[in-house]
Design a binder for this molecule. Structure first.
Ligand code: MG
Ligand code: MG
Length: 275
């Protein structure tokens, strides 16, 4: 049986620049609408409009049984929340996951927002901290792609970062992944240490790095809608994700307009544009 290599050619990597930037543009369009009174379906609509205006299509809509452009996961929901009539409230912690397919290549990225406005200051501070830890662990994992030899080292870097920040839960049933012609490709990228070192990190590898972190335990369940993943203990969740290419001269974050320069600076890593 023919199996496509997980390592892409330089030309294939270049084909992933545009879908990455379109995915970033969709999340940029969502961000200012994360306000009290906005419905999660309104966030979906602006993301879809942005992707279509770029001449791309939503790759989430290509997932069997899913009809929306984004997933919106609020408070104790961690991932895979379905957009709908839910109205955002000040202080909510909201993770938005989005992807675009352009000329047959895919981008995938997620960000967490805290809805601005009047809300319990201590609650907001805790949620901001959860998002900061989750985002930081994503950048730690991305930074590890520069020096690590195997994909398993990325999970170790993510886990170490989170453990150094305090008591948090790392989802174990949901993981990062390769990305390319399909949104979800081999290899899996665990967000914690595993006995298996995993695939070799070398030029041509493109990974979606996406830690999913809770302010409590790591146990989750799928809600009655058959999609939404929520924490069993009701603790808050956060999800950050970027699609990242490894190439001959370094790494480049495809779903960040700056290639990840701002997020990677704290780790002493400078991304290198694809040649
Ligand atoms: Mg995603
Ligand atoms: Mg993903």
């Amino acid at each position: 049986m023919f199996r496509r290599s997980i390592y892409k050619t330089p030309a294939q990597l270049r084909s992933m620049i545009e879908p990455g930037l379109i995915t970033a543009a969709a999340l940029d369009a969502v961000a200012p609408l994360v306000l009290p009174g906005t419905t999660t379906l309104e966030l979906d609509a602006i993301a879809e409009q942005t992707i279509l205006a770029c001449g791309a299509e939503s790759n989430f809509q290509l997932v069997r049984g899913y009809r929306h452009t984004v997933c919106v996961s609020v408070n104790e929901q961690v991932v895979h929340g379905i957009p709908g009539s839910r109205v955002l409230e000040a202080g909510d912690i909201v993770s938005v996951d989005c992807g675009a397919q352009f000329e047959g290549w895919n981008g995938d990225s997620a960000r967490t927002f805290i809805v601005p406005g009047e809300a319990d200051a201590a609650l907001i501070a805790r949620r901001q901290e959860l998002s900061r830890v989750t985002e930081g662990s994503m950048w730690a994992g991305i930074a590890a792609m520069v020096s690590a030899s195997h994909v398993g080292d990325i999970g170790a870097a993510i886990e170490d970062y989170i453990e150094a920040q305090g008591e948090y839960g790392i989802l174990r049933e949901y993981v990062g992944h390769g990305i390319g012609r399909k949104m979800h490709e081999a290899p899996s990228v665990f967000n914690y240490r595993t006995p298996d070192p995993g695939a070799e990190i070398k030029p041509g590898l493109v990974l979606a790095i996406e830690p999913m972190v809770t302010a409590g335990g790591d146990e989750t369940f799928v809600e009655d809608d058959d999609w939404t993943v929520s924490t069993v203990d009701g603790s808050d969740g956060s999800h950050w994700e970027h699609s990242v290419a490894v190439h001959a001269d370094g790494i480049w974050v495809l779903t960040a307009a700056d290639g990840g320069a701002a997020g990677l600076a704290a780790f002493g890593v400078t991304p290198t544009p694809l040649a």
